[in-house]
Structure formats: structure tokens, C-alpha cells
Design a protein around this ligand. Structure first.
Ligand SMILES: C=C(O[C@H]1C=CC=C(C(=O)O)[C@@H]1O)C(=O)O
Length: 443
């Protein structure tokens, strides 16, 4: 454990701290070792364009509960980042990593111990790998503390041999579902009644699957395998020694903001992969031509456009495309905007979450249906995970194709959009496809 200053000072709602950050280039690929050993917090973030950040420890922590959780995180972060001095390249700058629970009333009960309604950490030590090289950054509250940490870890990482990828999976001893297929059929039929009544247009209903493992899971190795199999997805883990580790390979960007430029997307509508390119195309053609899929997807596009419009000087919705993953294919519509005025990425996260790709339309009726139907807490599943920086830029994925690992159990979550004309059996099959990314890496 890095004991030079305990696990760092925390940033409360009123206290402000100075953060000193120092970076240097790293000539080794052995940076995964940053995650090893005891630490209060570890994180990993990888983007579809191949950039990666791996970090440990707590230089500052921001937490909040309640309906104003987005605002309160921003206020705490402003205090911490106002006192930040960073000596290093821009891409190695300190950022706050973390996320939100799906719903603001969330309580951190098992399997979500350690995961509150909003929680972000500025790591004490992290490695950033981009096209500009691999950089190590240490953050402390004094110059000597940051510099010592930087040198110590630089030497430690440089001396390590690069370990080979671990292909061993933990093995599955048993699985337990929250929702049988018969119960699912009843749930979908009950949601369809609300849709028929006109109370609801769309709801995303989810299931959870608990997997008991034969051996403990190595989350970084699992994530590495997921990244190779799902290169056009994000990869993330957020973990605490005292709690669980939430990890996954989400295909969906909630939002990214750099300066005034914002990118988001609508991702909804799912079909399997085929065994041949022709079969792949046949599935896609069926999805493109199907009124139910187009309705389900169009609701997401419309909601994102409406939520983003008040912030935007310009907003463009591109042509619908297909996101083809190893086990599933989705309808995808990229959406870009130029912001009017200075905004924080968390304002956009708050406005967009939950999109109807994970919640529904209208949002209140959808949330009521989810609450009445799902016999488990969504926790951080389907919620925003990502990072933001001192300038209020950042990037967030939707926490899908994900699970939370606690001891020798991983609890997985997956859901599907229900609209008029949804067929319970087809919806069941689509949900099972969405468990596969993580489940395949556990077997
Ligand atoms: C809710 C999930 O997926 C969303 C993203 C893509 C396609 C979806 C769908 O076809 O229903 C969902 O909206 C999930 O993976 O658990």
C-alpha cells in the first residue's frame, strides 16, 4: 500500500485542498501493476479509440446523494480543481473518475457496497496511454509528496517485466436469476398493458444474474480480454478494497465534451450476429425494416435531441448506422452539438441520464414501471460512468454490459426496450445476448 500520506485527504463539501500533480513519461508497458496490492480505490478507463487510464489511491474524493447530486459533485470538484497545479502534458492531467447510480434514491446495499448515489475519485497515481505516449502522474497535497510518489512508482514500474495476458477464466460454479422466463413474460405483458392504456410509450426492463465463480476473478485480466473481443466498446472498472468492483464493456457513449464540442449517440434496437456475413446482414435488414425497432430507436433519438437542444448553438443528428459487436448488433444514431456558452459535462450528464435507451418515455412513468417491476436494485447498472476534469470537459459511457464483482460472485445486469408490439420471447432472447459479453469471460 502506498503509505506516504495515508490514502490522501478527502474533499468535503466545505473544505478545499490544494492538489499538486507531477507527470513523467513511462517507457514500459507494465503499467497494469498500478492496480496491484491494497488500495482504497482503483480505476481503469479505456475508450474505443484505444486510449487508456489506470489509477489507484485517493487524492480527492467527491460524493453526493439526492436529487441535486450532479450539482453537489460539481461544487466539490470546483473547490479541489481550483487549487490544482499540474506540471505535465495536458493528456496526463488529473481527472475525477467515477459515476452515479441509476436512481438518486439508491442505497449502497450488497452487492453495491462502496457505491453511493454519486462518487468520484481523483487518483493519487495514474498512467495515461494515448497516441502521445504513456505517462505516469502522481497527485499529492505537497510538491515533495507528489514528486516522491512519482519517482517511487516510476522506478517500480520500470523494473517490472511485462506480464503476458492472462487467458484463464475464473469458471462458473452456479448461476441464479432474479427473473425466470415465466416472470419476465408477465412483466412484459404488464408493461404492454400500461402502453395500451396510454400511460407509457417505452420502458427498458432489466434482469440480474448472479454468477458464483469457481476461482476469484482477476478483473483487469477480464477487462483486457473484453477489450480484445469488443474493441469498439469502452472498458471500465471502479473498485474499492472494502467493497465490490463494478466493471464492464459498454457499447454506448452517454456524452463526451471537449470545449464546446459535444458527442453523444442513440443506441437502441438489438439483433444477434449471424454465422456468416450474409446472415449478419439479414438480421440488420430485418431490424432496419421493422417498425417496432425503428419506433424504439426513434424515441431515444428524439429524447436526446430535446434534452440537448437547450444547451446547443448547433445540433446535428447523423444518419442511422449499425454498431456491430462480437455477439450482438444495434441500431445507432450519432448526435453532435456545439454548446452555447460555457457548460460542465456533468450538466449534460444530468440532462441526458437516463436516456430512453435505459429508462423510457415518459421518464416518470418509465421509472415507476421499473420500480414496480424489477425485484433488484439497479445500483450503477445503466448509469453514467466516466470522468471529468478541471475545465469541465469529460467523457461518460452508459454502464451497460456490466457486472459488480464481490468476493467470488459477479452480479450481471442486462435489459431491453419494451414498446407496443414487443414480444416477450423475443425480448427475453435479446436480454440473454446482453449478458454474454461478461458471462463468456467468466466461463
Ligand atoms: C439496456 C441495455 O441495452 C440498451 C442499449 C442498446 C440496445 C438496447 C435495446 O435494444 O433495448 C438497450 O436500449 C443493456 O445492455 O442492458
Amino acid at each position: 500500500m502506498d503509505r506516504s500520506s495515508g490514502e490522501g485527504r478527502l474533499t468535503g463539501e466545505t473544505e478545499s485542498v490544494d492538489l499538486i500533480s507531477r507527470s513523467r513519461e513511462l517507457e514500459t508497458a507494465a503499467f497494469g501493476a498500478v492496480l496491484e496490492g491494497d488500495t482504497e480505490s482503483r480505476m481503469q478507463w479505456a475508450t474505443p479509440d484505444g486510449h487508456e487510464i489506470v489509477g489507484r489511491g485517493v487524492a480527492a474524493r467527491f460524493t453526493a446523494t439526492g436529487a441535486d447530486r450532479f450539482d453537489r459533485i460539481r461544487t466539490q470538484a470546483r473547490r479541489a480543481f481550483d487549487g490544482l497545479t499540474h506540471d505535465g502534458p495536458d493528456h496526463a492531467r488529473p481527472r475525477a473518475f467515477g459515476g452515479f447510480s441509476f436512481h438518486d434514491g439508491h442505497k449502497a446495499a450488497p452487492p453495491w457496497i462502496g457505491f453511493g448515489a454519486a462518487s468520484f475519485v481523483v487518483p493519487q497515481l495514474f498512467v495515461t496511454r494515448t497516441d502521445d505516449g504513456t505517462w505516469l502522474t502522481a497527485v499529492g497535497h505537497r510538491v515533495d509528496e507528489a514528486e516522491d510518489r512519482l519517482e517511487r512508482w516510476h522506478d517500480r514500474l520500470t523494473d517490472l517485466p511485462v506480464t503476458r495476458n492472462d487467458e484463464t477464466t475464473p469458471g462458473v460454479a452456479a448461476t441464479r436469476r432474479t427473473t425466470s422466463q415465466a416472470t419476465w413474460t408477465e412483466q412484459v405483458e404488464a408493461a404492454l398493458e400500461r402502453i395500451d392504456d396510454g400511460r407509457l410509450t417505452k420502458v427498458v426492463l432489466a434482469q440480474s444474474l448472479s454468477v458464483d465463480l469457481e476461482d476469484p476473478i482477476d478483473v483487469p485480466a477480464t477487462l483486457e480480454r473484453l477489450r480484445r473481443r469488443y474493441p469498439n466498446c469502452y472498458g471500465f472498472q471502479i473498485g474499492h478494497d472494502a467493497g465490490g468492483t463494478f466493471f464492464g464493456a459498454p457499447p454506448e457513449r452517454l456524452v463526451s465534451k471537449r470545449g464546446a464540442h459535444v458527442e453523444t449517440e442513440a443506441l437502441a434496437g438489438s439483433v444477434p450476429r449471424g454465422d456468416t456475413p450474409a446472415e449478419d446482414e439479414a438480421h440488420v435488414e430485418r431490424m432496419r425494416a421493422d417498425a417496432k425497432f425503428q419506433h424504439e430507436h426513434g424515441l431515444v433519438v428524439d429524447a436526446i435531441r430535446e434534452q440537448l437542444a437547450p444547451f446547443a448553438r448547433e445540433l446535428s443528428v447523423s444518419k442511422q448506422t449499425i454498431r456491430r459487436l462480437a455477439t450482438i448488433q444495434h441500431l445507432r444514431t450519432p448526435i453532435e452539438a456545439t454548446l452555447e456558452g460555457d457548460r460542465h459535462v456533468l450538466e449534460l450528464v444530468e440532462a441526458l441520464h437516463p436516456t430512453p435507451a435505459v429508462g423510457g418515455v415518459p421518464p416518470e412513468a418509465a421509472w415507476e414501471t421499473i420500480r414496480d417491476t424489477e425485484p433488484f436494485d439497479r445500483g450503477w447498472y445503466a448509469a453514467p460512468v466516466g470522468w471529468f476534469d478541471a475545465a469541465g470537459d469529460g467523457e461518460f459511457a452508459v454502464g451497460l454490459r456490466s457486472g459488480v464483482a464481490t468476493g467470488e460472485t459477479v452480479t450481471l445486469f442486462a435489459g431491453n426496450g419494451i414498446v407496443a408490439d414487443s414480444d416477450p420471447d423475443e425480448e427475453w432472447d435479446e436480454v440473454q445476448l446482453k449478458f454474454r459479453p461478461i458471462l463468456d469471460e467468466l466461463r
